[in-house]
Write a protein that binds this ligand. Structure first.
Ligand SMILES: Cc1cc2nc3c(=O)[nH]c(=O)nc-3n(C[C@H](O)[C@H](O)[C@H](O)COP(=O)(O)OP(=O)(O)OC[C@H]3O[C@@H](n4cnc5c(N)ncnc54)[C@H](O)[C@@H]3O)c2cc1C
Ligand SMILES: NC(=O)c1ccc[n+]([C@@H]2O[C@H](COP(=O)([O-])OP(=O)(O)OC[C@H]3O[C@@H](n4cnc5c(N)ncnc54)[C@H](OP(=O)(O)O)[C@@H]3O)[C@@H](O)[C@H]2O)c1
Length: 540
């Protein structure tokens, strides 16, 4: 089952039309389905719909390709399986199945919209899907060939510029039209001794005209680590000031291109510059094969080291690389507290491969490299389906281990600022209580003041036993169910691949056990909560 927030249902029915709100919602969903704008046309069963809208059910059925329910829309499903499920579907559906299925918005669309834009050729960039990575880019390239014999392009140039025919969005409201903001400060959220390095980041929005609401994400264009840039320059034996258009090679390597996974085109370029066995290896890597079992670990520098002595022309080298993509972070502050200061909660990604530490480009840019006063290119990414309930009296349950706490800090600050009477329950967890209790003072104070009605904690490395948020949810399943019955909205934020799936399973089990129903019914119930925006996720 998909766990990502759905895009908003557009409104086709005028407010003056003689329908109840439920009828209007259902009709809008139906029409969105018919027009191909929404995956699921309605949360209601046919019988329920018939009760609500007698006579309207004779409306023409949605086109077949929209009735498929997008069974591949699961971020944990491997690409070959997704493509198999979409095999007999029209091209836009197969394009969609090739995406990472997170609807994360990093490409500037959700998965279905990105597929639609490629199909309509209003978007030509095939390498925008961050969660899908190289596998998605390769599959899109293959599928794109079906489009009237259109040339498959993997544009290399790096810039936050829009595709030619894409409409330009308002300043600072999308990756295609960012603005500059100033970095203010960082503060480490873990205590010394933690295995994690997580930062509370503050950014000054003054003078940007940007506004946001809690639940939105913040996008930014990072810069590559200067040591890595220097190592790449050394590997290709090129001077940093080599001119590339109106910039220098060093500048383009800093903020223009991704130095992370080596793209197929780089191996293709290398294959032209080598011979014999090395050429065959490069060709196989360019075709997505893994001749030496190390393909997944080859970033640009490792790829150059694998073929020592290859000295590509700097211009051709840059053209063979992927553009440096922006990254998104859930906003962890409320504009009601301070409208011009935005906070983020960022985990520094670091891992070792072959004795070289690899650094996540944007998280370590924020965590280590940027200095107070530096300007960053940013934008606000709206999250219309990750928002507090309109009614401030509604109870909310927030499940956010690790950096998943970010939007919930924002929610709590907002509910505090507006004196919302609704109850608030937070499930937070991380590795160790003594080191990784982010915002401990704030949360404890909120608990004491009563703002936080309940705070349930899960520490995965305090004992031999892994305790995760979903274990705690099950322990208090009866109370969880009672909050749900009181109309609580449920929110999940954090890791998409493991946590969100396991939390969803726990939710289904709690509903089945305490609601006294079969698992299939519990799944349907959860689907209805999701359709009513009472179950919302922001996972990555
Ligand atoms: C809507 C949304 C909200 C988000 N909110 C937050 C947030 O609040 N806080 C936050 O910290 N992040 C958040 N993220 C994730 C964030 O956008 C970045 O993906 C994250 O910071 C990593 O980016 P990076 O540039 O530092 O790393 P990259 O340079 O992109 O490197 C990350 C990649 O490195 C590889 N990798 C990572 N660890 C390992 C390992 N151990 N072994 C091998 N390979 C590995 C993986 O391929 C991974 O994709 C969010 C993402 C989305 C889409
Ligand atoms: N590539 C990946 O597979 C992956 C996975 C998660 C996060 N990330 C990245 O790491 C960064 C954020 O990490 P983070 O700081 O938010 O912490 P995190 O790595 O998501 O960990 C937060 C807590 O969740 C626990 N956890 C692990 N598996 C879980 C599961 N199946 N169900 C519930 N909880 C589980 C962790 O326990 P233990 O670690 O002790 O098991 C830890 O206590 C982001 O950049 C994100 O994209 C990547």
């Amino acid at each position: 089952m998909s766990m990502t927030p759905r895009p908003p249902i557009p409104s086709f029915i005028p407010e003056s039309a003689p329908f109840t709100p439920e009828q209007r919602t259902w009709l809008n969903g139906l029409l969105a389905g018919l027009f191909g704008l929404q995956e699921s046309i309605t949360p209601l069963s046919t019988a329920e719909a018939a009760k609500l809208l007698p006579g309207l059910l004779e409306a023409p059925a949605a086109p077949a390709d929209e009735e498929d329910g997008a069974p591949w829309h699961d971020p944990a499903m491997p690409l070959p399986e997704r493509m198999k499920l979409a095999e007999a579907k029209p091209l836009p559906r197969r394009l969609m199945a090739a995406m990472g299925q997170q609807d994360c918005g990093q490409c500037g669309y959700n998965c279905k919209e990105y597929a639609g834009a490629l199909f309509a050729k209003s978007e030509k960039r095939l390498n925008l899907c961050v969660p899908g990575g190289k596998d998605t880019a390769r599959m899109l390239k293959e599928l794109y060939r079906e489009l009237d014999g259109a040339p498959a392009t993997l544009p290399a140039q790096a810039a936050p510029t829009p595709a030619k025919s894409a409409p330009v969005s308002p300043l600072g409201r999308s990756r295609d039209n960012p603005v500059y903001a100033s970095f203010l400060s960082r503060r480490r959220l873990n205590k010394p001794g933690s295995e994690k390095e997580t930062w509370h980041i503050d950014i000054d929005l003054a003078g940007t005209d940007l506004d946001y609401v809690v639940g939105d994400s913040f996008g930014m264009f990072p810069a590559n680590d200067q040591d890595l840039v220097a190592a790449v320059l050394a590997a290709i034996e090129a001077p940093p000031d080599f001119p590339i258009a109106e910039r220098t090679l060093s500048e383009v390597l800093t903020d223009g291109v991704s130095l992370s996974p080596a793209p197929d085109m780089l191996f293709q370029l290398i294959s032209y510059l080598t011979g014999g066995e090395r050429r065959q290896t490069a060709k196989r890597l360019a075709a997505g094969e893994d001749p030496d079992g190390d393909a997944a670990t080859l970033d640009v520098l490792a790829a150059l080291h694998k073929f020592p002595g290859v000295r590509p022309d700097p211009e051709a080298f840059i053209e063979a690389l992927d553009p440096l993509q922006p990254r998104l972070y859930s906003i962890s502050s409320s504009p009601k507290t301070n409208p011009t200061r935005i906070s983020l909660t960022v985990d520094s990604v670091r891992y070792e491969v072959d004795k070289r530490t690899r650094f996540g480009v944007c998280s370590t840019f924020l965590g280590n490299r940027i200095a107070p006063g530096d300007r960053i290119s940013v934008y606000v990414q709206k999250a219309p389906h990750f928002a507090l309930p309109d009614d401030p009296a509604k109870p909310i349950i927030m499940i956010g281990p690790g950096t998943g706490i970010a939007p919930f800090r924002a929610f709590l600050h907002e509910r505090q600022a507006v004196n919302a009477p609704g109850r608030n329950w937070l499930f937070f967890g991380h590795q160790r209580s003594g080191y990784d209790f982010f915002y401990e003072d704030e949360l404890v104070a909120m608990r004491s003041s009563g703002l936080l009605t309940r705070l349930t904690l899960a520490w995965s490395r305090d004992s031999d036993q892994k305790i995760y948020v979903q274990h705690r949810m099950r322990e208090v399943g009866r109370d969880f169910w009672s909050w749900l019955n009181d109309g609580a909205h449920i929110y999940v934020c954090g890791d998409a691949l493991r946590m969100a799936k396991d939390v969803e399973t726990a939710l289904v089990d709690i509903i089945a056990e305490h609601g006294g129903c079969a698992p299939a019914e519990a799944v349907r119930f959860l689907g209805e909560l999701k359709a009513k925006d009472r179950y919302q996720t922001d996972v990555y």
